[in-house]
Ligand binder design. Structure first.
Ligand SMILES: [Zn+2]
Ligand SMILES: [Zn+2]
Length: 800
């Protein structure tokens, strides 16, 4: 056995071994309970980032625990590579714009980029020791996923949940596509509130707005019905400054008398309220904004200007005409597209929607059917559901995505749907299965060009994963046991997966949801390219080991954000070295012994019984914590046992009996518990640090136990407890600590002799005295009146 452990050499060796021996392969024929995991498919973005390394390690720890518990673990792996994220990545990589390219050429570019990026990307996941079955692999743009995604759309249409409608929709002018409410985020932006002069019967009417560029889209003015200031104006017409058209002055309770001048203009569309007014009062549609974020012909001389330029120009012109009374600088939340931070507009267009605003009550009930870890994360789900204002718009005017399986009659616009057996289809290439329109008998069709929102596909991951298996095995893994995911996509991914599973199958897709936090920089700030504070897992792995990285990731409580600290990686590496050395020391004293046989015996010496008791308690604590998915708590318990009880105290206290035993029995008693402890520790640490534990397992235990890997060698059972020995051991450790403290205060070596040690203990610790005497190098140990209280019930007098 080599003297040093080199993770740089060992980790790739074990990765190759696990792969070759198919240690993590799912065998559906295997007997026993299945534990199935709906692995989040990372978005192919070139490289794994630190947040991935963090959250995938946490879920992998849980997967490995379940495997050790004897579950047949179904842990597939996929990549999410359709939709806007890939398009934006390719646009950046190749300096192109999808909207300006020939569609098929752009799609080809995306496919090629994925082919190029995917292998290295996936290997990052393998490198950190993710124990997925990488043969159960999917890509969300594959035919397999397209078929399931299109089936989902057809099924929702059959269930009267998918509908197509021309209506105001949230729109990103940069990506030039409709988007959904979940893709919006609020960003604090500075702006000005402008008091602008309208005229009514030749008199001034001042209205405050942040969006004067929408004046050409103004269709009405609203005051609150109880607002006495404006009562006499209701029913009259106001003239819009600069543009000159006249709009009615009306009342609506949604007008806020305390905001601005208390009277508001309604444009189609400046915001959500405009849309509500447009619908409630059947107002005309005046579209001043084009889909690319520039002004339309309705804006007259401002036509073609980008919305921000138009705003500046219109303000300047109002000022010059004396129509701007006042300007106030403000900071307010603006809805932006989460992918590109562009201000969102509301633009009228024809889109497919999933009807679900009527299901809010049910959605809250569905959320309550899941078990949430940590439980407070459920609030985020509830808040999202309560705040829903839009049905889910699933049309995207983009290119690299799953096509809608739909054509429209060229004459009457009636949609014609693909048949299920033909899926997946691409309406741009394939023909509909009917010869003529079922409504008007016309025989020409127009293919749907839009693609499905990427979340419409990724919300099907349970089915995508499950259908990788032959049909007869699928019910074994669905509904799934667990969905692990990050908290920031509860509204996207968790919500939609749950809703779809309920709508399709009337079942929750998983039993438990396990939510992880974020990684922040060392100062607790969010990491971002612009701040230059990004830490890359690849850099960490070049310097430290994957085990060290995982050791760090396991240190934060489930669901909590963590600040990245390099010293945690140092601790991880230190642990690996310590574990290696402790195991080597232990093994040296177990030479030629059969570990398996030893571990079946009971220790006879009191301190051996004490450490066995501590081991039993530790296994119980770790198991209990793991059952709640609290890996950090499990890790703390195991670590405490390893560093303090086992290394610092027990191995020291038993040294004398190991090196120069008085009887073979007292040595064997120590060997028994050392075999038990090491055998348990490699298993207890295996979920956290899979590499070093595999190395140690193969070095010391494999030949006796025969399992191909520690990761399938079973979770340890707590050995027999010895309550009384625990009391004695605890006191002995207190005395040992007091002696060590005294020596260190006197600046003496730990080996320095103690002239006399007098103790006074409530419990009879005499059986442990020989070990204590040897460890403290005490010339004399006596029971008697002692001076110094070191803990409740123990006093000592130490003479150096
Ligand atoms: Zn965008
Ligand atoms: Zn027709």
């Amino acid at each position: 056995m080599s003297e040093r452990y080199d993770p740089k050499e060992a980790e790739p060796r074990w990765l190759a071994y696990w792969d070759k021996e198919r240690i993590f392969a799912f065998d559906p024929e295997k007997k026993g309970a299945v534990y199935s995991i709906d692995t989040p498919p990372p978005t192919v973005s070139g490289k794994m980032h630190i947040g991935h390394a963090f959250s995938y390690t946490q879920q992998d720890i849980l997967a490995r625990y379940k495997r050790l518990r004897g579950f047949n673990v179904f842990y597939p792996f996929g990549t999410d590579d359709n939709g806007l994220p890939t398009e934006r990545l390719v646009e950046k990589m190749k300096s192109v714009k999808g909207v300006d390219m020939e569609r098929q050429a752009f799609i080809k570019l995306c496919e090629d980029a994925l082919k190029e990026l995917r292998p290295a990307f996936v290997s990052d996941w393998k490198r950190i020791g993710t124990s997925c079955d990488f043969n159960l692999f999917y890509s969300t743009i594959s035919e397999h996923c397209q078929r399931i995604s299109q089936w989902s759309f057809l099924d929702l249409h059959k269930k009267n949940r998918a509908y197509r409608k021309e209506s105001p929709s949230l729109w990103c002018p940069l990506c030039r596509t409709a988007i959904s409410q979940m893709e919006c985020k609020d960003e604090e932006k500075t702006s000005t509130f402008n008091d602008i002069v309208f005229t009514v019967d030749g008199k001034e009417l001042v209205i405050a707005t942040t969006r004067p560029e929408l004046l050409p889209a103004c269709v009405a003015i609203f005051a609150h019905p109880d607002d006495d200031r404006y009562k006499k104006l209701i029913g009259k017409k106001a003239k819009v400054p600069l543009f000159g058209h006249e709009v009615p002055i009306m009342t609506d309770t949604r007008a806020d008398p305390t905001k601005g001048t208390g009277i508001a203009m309604c444009c189609t569309f400046g915001d959500q309220t405009d849309m509500e007014w447009y619908r409630a009062h059947k107002l005309p549609l005046r579209e001043a904004l084009a889909r690319d974020g520039t002004m339309t012909a309705l804006a007259g001389k401002y036509k073609g200007l980008h919305v921000h330029k138009a705003r500046k120009q219109i303000i300047a012109d109002l000022k010059e005409a004396g129509l701007l009374k006042k300007q106030k600088d403000i900071t307010h939340p603006v809805k932006v597209h989460e992918r590109c931070s562009t201000d969102i507009e509301i633009i009228n267009s024809k889109q497919w929607f999933i009807r679900y605003l009527d299901l809010k009550e049910d959605m809250l009930k569905w959320g309550a059917e899941l078990k949430w870890y940590p439980d407070f994360m459920k609030h985020r789900y509830d808040n999202w559901v309560k705040g829903l204002q839009w049905d889910w718009c699933i049309s995207r005017q983009r290119f690299f995505g799953v096509p809608f399986p739909v054509w429209y009659c060229a004459k009457c616009d009636e949609p014609v749907f693909a048949s299920e057996k033909d899926l997946p289809v691409d309406p741009l290439k394939d023909k509909p299965s009917v010869k003529a329109c079922p409504k008007c008998n016309h025989d020409k069709f127009v293919p749907e060009k839009d693609v499905l929102d990427t979340w419409a596909t990724s919300s099907m991951t349970p089915q995508i994963a499950v259908q990788l298996l032959p049909e007869k095995h699928r019910s074994k893994v669905f509904p799934m046991s667990m969905r692990p995911q990050a908290h920031e996509i509860i509204s996207f991914w968790l919500f939609n997966t749950l809703v779809k599973s309920k709508l399709h199958y009337n079942k929750v897709p998983w039993k438990d949801v396990v939510i992880s936090g974020f990684v922040l920089d060392p100062l607790g700030e969010k990491m971002s390219k612009s701040k230059g504070n990004i830490v890359e897992p690849q850099t960490i792995l070049a310097k430290y080991s994957a085990d060290a990285l995982r050791y760090w990731a396991a240190g934060s409580k489930l669901g909590e954000d963590i600040a990245y600290q390099e010293k945690e990686l140092v601790s991880g590496d230190r642990f690996v070295t310590k574990f290696w050395n402790a195991a080597r020391f232990a093994a040296m004293h177990l030479k030629d012994a059969d570990w398996k046989k030893l571990a079946k015996k009971e220790p006879t010496e009191v301190l051996d019984q004490w450490i066995q008791h501590r081991l039993a308690v530790t296994i119980e604590e770790a198991t209990e914590a793991f059952e709640q998915y609290e890996y950090a708590r499990a890790k703390t318990a195991i670590e405490q046992f390893f560093w303090k009880d086992f290394c610092d105290n027990y191995l020291e206290l038993s040294k004398q009996r190991l090196y120069s035993p008085k009887t073979p029995e007292e040595k064997e008693s120590a060997q028994i518990v050392i075999a038990k402890c090491i055998s348990a520790l490699v298993r207890l640490f295996a979920p956290f640090t899979p590499f070093i534990t595999e190395e140690l397992y193969h070095n010391y235990l494999h030949t006796h136990e025969g399992y191909p890997s520690v990761h399938v060698a079973g979770w340890p059972e707590p050995p027999k407890k010895h309550e009384n020995a625990d009391k004695i051991g605890t006191m002995v450790v207190e005395i040992l600590s007091a002696v060590r403290k005294k020596k260190s205060e006197a600046k003496l070596s730990m080996k320095a002799p103690v002239k006399k040690l007098v103790y006074e203990a409530e419990v009879d610790i005499s059986k442990a005295i020989p070990d204590l005497q040897a460890t403290t190098a005490a010339e004399k140990v006596e029971k008697g009146k002692a001076k110094e209280e070191v803990s409740t019930g123990i006093k000592v007098t130490i003479e150096l």
